[in-house]
Write a protein that binds this ligand. Structure first.
Ligand code: NAD
Length: 478
């Protein structure tokens, strides 16, 4: 279960929990013995991580292909590996400034004392990661933890065993187990892991499991960053070129076959544009994936169960009256990718359909018509706060209205997904889509303790607030 080498996963639950606790204890005592690592040691760790990842690019691409059944190497390179490289470069560049103690103002009464904030490492950070981008969702939190001077234990998803094995072997080569360790296993190991008294836990995964993790962390009072999911809406304003919006959305929805936490989940388009939008969307999907479910640029669903869930969502919607346009090659391919599900547009959907209740996390796209922007905003606000929101618009006024009138983790205007790639923006959810954020300085700060320090001047006796209190009345009145 525990390794910074590949693991055979053979260990019983009880001894597993015991050895997890022992591993945490080892990391913590090493942390206490060594003290907070200086800038250069942190930078060296980041460089080592980046170099090791870049050197194994082809291996990670092959591992993802094995884990998914089929995933194009370019999707792994662009959407899973590049974000780690980019985040590390950015952290490396800004770390010196982030680590500097920050002077704060001191009220006249307490002068000439001085105040500053020291950002110090928390200690040991736990990282629980999902399968959809198994490299970046494990390694960007890890790089952030290391930049902030912490040690870390990482538990990747059990659904990507090849990638996890490669991650464990790579991290084992570049870090001692007291600094970075990989723990492997499924939900039971995840549950034991989330019960450990870490100094901070970063969980990326579903809202349902996030709830369990938060319950477990309540017992130990471990602070959490929860990067969860949800239904991320798209609003297309009349006047914005429909073909352009449809093509952008088609890319965001079919990349990794929709298995992206910030993938557009459903689209709200003006009633007058509905038909044109649907036609343009179908054309764009065909353009990107002319081979349908056999197209080499398309991606398999991670397991047969996940493919089955998409088909069940379609069946449920059809039964309840939705119109479904499946976008498959014609004739349908003889040999589709393993567990591939064809992209589809769903029209006339209602709240009674499961597809409008759960995060889709696949290539199905409900398209709904609205008549006024207020109606579209109200539709979004009547539902849990999403992880991402996308607005395609022409004017400043409506853009500002949507930005001010809705609450989502993040927003990309006139495109999809790209807020995630901005190093200097915080990334995270709000409400049911998560709490806390990483990326940017926010990530460094989330995994540091901001310790406020007041330093009394040597010759100040603090007489004002000590007996006989004579001057206090006039001080308060002033
Ligand atoms: P998941 O919640 O099923 O699993 C995530 C991790 O939690 C895995 O490592 C799993 O083994 C572990 N786990 C399972 N049961 C557990 C338990 N009871 N206690 C503790 N840990 C447990 O999520 P998933 O299916 O791997 O990923 C898909 C979900 O993740 C989607 O909802 C998606 O939106 C979300 N997601 C969010 C982000 C983000 O950045 N906000 C990124 C990617 C995915």
């Amino acid at each position: 279960q525990i390794s910074n080498q590949a693991s055979d996963g053979a260990s019983d639950g009880a001894s597993g929990a015991g050895s997890l606790a022992a591993l945490l204890a080892r990391q913590r005592s090493a942390f206490l013995a060594d003290g907070p690592p200086p800038l250069e040691r942190r930078r060296a760790a980041l460089r080592a991580l980046k170099a090791a990842l870049v050197a194994r690019r082809r291996q990670f691409e092959a591992a993802a292909r094995a884990d998914f059944g089929h995933r194009p190497a370019q999707i792994t390179a662009i959407m899973d590996l590049a974000p780690v490289v980019q985040a590390i470069k950015y952290q490396h560049r800004h770390l010196r400034r982030w680590m500097r103690p920050e002077r704060r103002r001191v009220a006249l009464t307490f002068q000439p004392g001085r105040a500053h904030v020291i950002r110090q490492p928390l200690g040991v950070v736990g990282i629980l990661s999902p399968w959809n981008y198994p490299v970046s969702l494990a390694l960007v939190p890890l790089a952030t933890a290391l930049a902030a001077g912490n040690r870390a234990m990482v538990k990747p998803s059990e659904l990507t065993p090849a990638t996890t094995e490669l991650l464990a072997a790579m991290l084992g080569e570049i870090f001692p187990q007291e600094q970075v360790a990989v723990v492997t296993g499924g939900a039971d190991v995840g549950a034991a892991f989330s019960a450990l008294p870490f100094d901070h836990l970063v969980f990326t995964g579903s809202t349902a499991v996030g709830r369990k993790v938060m319950r477990a962390a309540a017992d130990t009072l471990v602070p959490l960053t929860l990067e969860l999911g949800g239904k991320s809406p798209v609003i297309v304003e009349p006047g914005h070129p429909v073909e352009r919006a449809a093509a952008d959305i088609a890319f965001g929805k079919t990349a990794n076959a929709g298995q992206t936490c910030i993938a557009p989940d459903y689209v709200l388009v003006h009633a007058a544009d509905l038909d044109r939008f649907v036609a343009a969307y179908v054309a764009a999907v065909r353009h990107y994936h002319p081979g349908g479910t056999a197209d080499p640029a398309y991606t398999s669903m991670i397991t047969a169960r996940h493919a089955e869930r998409q088909r069940a969502l379609l069946d449920d919607a059809r039964e309840k009256g939705a119109r479904v346009i499946e976008i498959e090659a014609e004739p349908p391919p003889q040999q589709p990718l393993p567990n591939a599900v064809a992209p589809a547009v769903l029209l006339d959907v209602t709240d009674e359909m499961t597809v409008m209740q759960e995060e889709i996390f696949g290539p199905l796209l409900p398209v709904l018509a609205y008549r006024s922007l207020d109606e579209a905003i109200a539709f979004v606000n009547a539902r849990p706060r999403p992880l991402a929101l996308y607005f395609f618009g022409v004017g400043r006024a409506n853009r500002d209205k949507v930005l001010a009138g809705t609450t989502s983790g993040n927003v990309t205007v006139n495109d999809v997904l790209l807020h995630y790639a901005q190093d200097d923006l915080p990334f995270g959810g709000v409400g049911q889509s998560g709490m806390g954020a990483y990326h940017g300085v926010e990530g460094f700060r989330a995994l540091s303790h901001a310790k406020g320090v007041f330093e009394q001047a040597r010759w100040n006796t603090g007489g004002l607030i000590r007996p006989p209190f004579g001057r206090i009345a006039s001080w308060i009145a002033a």
